[in-house]
Design a protein around this ligand. Structure first.
Ligand code: DMJ
Length: 498
């Protein structure tokens, strides 16, 4: 529900938005206090969703819900880790309500998991390093630096381990603050860390006269921007693309695929063309292109896009697979790998960004074809479903699952692809990794509403007052009863004399 709020606003579905909003506002945190929550998903879907809807509507109730949720993260997965890296899972409880019983349970849980298992000692790079955009935004809007500082600490910490090509280790022991191996990746488990190296500067840095980002005033933002450029020039160009000519002998097509481990295409990597295009449009990068578009950052973005687009187009369903081997790819044969389509957004995200940046209508046509395929193969009576095999004429079996990112991202990007350019313009908004639009360059934000009116349920002072009065009355009564049984000498004397 949290993940869908801003899509409903963007789509102009006012009634549906009001119903969703009232459900969201009924909850303190979208987490069950007794079960460990996966922090990464909670952060990007719930906090991101609340902030995206706040950013569009200015409704302060959403902002305070997001603040409560972020405070819950600071008091649990951040605080229970001995390093600056938060845990992957933790029990969350409302930061001001509830108090002692929740805290006790949470501490017992934390003690138990550390005593009996070490599985909670590890977290991915994306898991520790994807707080930056939402936490900076919270700090900017609330005027409280604590969130930004936490995100900056994490970045500074992991960035010390960057390799010569810019990659940062993909898995961490949060108890010791050491990477579990030096292996880095741009895809699963790492993607949003690299995404935010560009998107946070986009949101928070100033623009110079030519419209390019200028981050000199803030050393962390500057370092993030530098690392982003290093990754695009280094790791991305050297390890994470495969040219069609390398993929299959005699292949003449000028395609470039984003890949992992030398040869594996993963759907998640299809966010890279859009990201690199966004960087090309906003950074004043002196690359080695010398006017040769194919060697420029925008050229690289378009090349990688062509690989993703090809994989969509050459499947009989018109939808791209989850993960396949690229080596030996042959139009006549089914590639080996994971053929599922999980309603993922990354390719339509790149279609949308490239359309907005170039104005070329061919991207709208491509997006429309993806939409038609989704309608044809994935639509069910009550919603949409993933498919087991994009290479099967009918899409294979229906997976019977509609992840929340389908509404938050896939549908939102498809919708915006056909909206006017100034509707949620890329000059005004930056999209989080879950496609929640946050306003860029927010300065001295003034809340649209009286914040006290919408302050979330405060610490229950009245309840505690009643409990204290009740308890002290009980103690007094108990002592009176005791005194009645064993009277003090004075009372005894008074009684005797009367
Ligand atoms: C989304 O939940 C987010 O974009 C995340 O960063 C990784 N990818 C999924 C959807 O595929």
């Amino acid at each position: 529900m949290h993940d869908s709020l801003d899509t409903l606003v963007i789509a102009g579905l006012h009634e549906e938005y009001q119903s969703a909003l009232s459900l969201v506002l009924q909850q303190d945190l979208q987490a069950t206090a007794l079960q460990p929550t996966k922090i990464f998903e909670y952060h990007l879907r719930c906090i991101g969703g609340l902030l995206g809807a706040f950013s569009l509507t200015g409704d302060a109730r959403l902002l305070f819900r997001a603040k409560d949720a972020a405070d819950a993260l600071l008091q649990s997965p951040f605080q229970s880790s001995p390093t600056v890296l938060p845990r992957m899972y933790d029990v969350l409880f409302p930061p001001r309500k509830g108090g002692f019983p929740y805290k006790l349970y949470s501490r017992l849980y934390q003690w138990g998991r550390d005593a009996f298992t070490n599985e909670h000692h590890f977290n991915s790079l994306a898991g520790v390093g994807s707080f930056a955009l939402e936490f900076h935004y919270l700090s900017q809007v609330l005027g409280q630096t604590v969130y930004r500082e936490k995100a900056n600490e994490i970045f500074e910490f992991v960035a010390k381990h960057q390799q010569h090509d810019g990659l940062v280790p993909g898995f961490w022991n949060v108890m010791t603050g050491t990477p579990t191996s030096t292996r880095g990746s741009l895809g699963s488990g790492s993607d949003s860390f690299y995404e935010y190296l560009l998107k946070l500067p986009l949101m928070a840095c100033d623009k110079d006269r030519s419209g390019h980002l200028s981050c000199e005033k803030d050393s962390t933002l500057q370092s993030m921007r530098n690392l982003y450029e290093k990754v695009v020039r280094g790791a991305l160009r050297s390890k994470h693309i495969m040219r069609g000519s390398e993929a299959s002998e005699g292949a003449h097509h000028p395609l470039v695929y984003p890949v992992e481990n030398g040869n594996r295409f993963h759907h998640l990597l299809c966010f890279l063309p859009g990201l690199v295009a966004l960087g090309a449009a906003n950074l004043d990068v002196q690359d080695e292109a010398n006017g040769d578009e194919s060697r420029s950052a925008m050229g690289l973005a378009k090349e990688m896009f062509s690989g993703c687009q090809y994989l969509y187009e050459q499947s009989p369903t018109g939808l791209g697979p989850e993960e396949i081997g690229i080596k030996g790819l042959d139009a006549g044969r089914q590639p080996s790998g994971d053929h599922r389509y999980l309603l993922r957004p990354e390719h339509v995200e790149s279609i949308f960004v490239l359309y907005r940046l170039t104005g070329d209508e061919k991207y709208q046509e491509m997006g429309w074809r993806v939409f038609e395929s989704i309608e044809r193969y994935c639509r069910t009576e009550k919603g949409y479903t993933g498919l087991s095999d994009v290479y099967d004429g009918g899409g294979g079996k229906r997976i019977d699952d509609m992840p929340s990112y389908f509404i938050a991202e896939t549908l939102k990007y498809l919708l915006l692809l056909f909206a006017p350019n100034d509707y949620i313009s890329l000059d005004e908004f930056v999209f989080t990794t879950e496609a929640h639009p946050l306003r860029r360059q927010v300065r001295n934000y003034v809340l649209h509403t009286d914040s006290s009116e919408y302050a979330p349920a405060a610490f229950p002072w009245l309840l505690w007052l009643v409990i204290i009065i009740f308890a002290s009355t009980a103690v007094t009564l108990a002592s009176l009863v005791r005194h009645g049984i064993r009277c003090s000498p004075k009372t005894h004397e008074r009684r005797k004399s009367s």
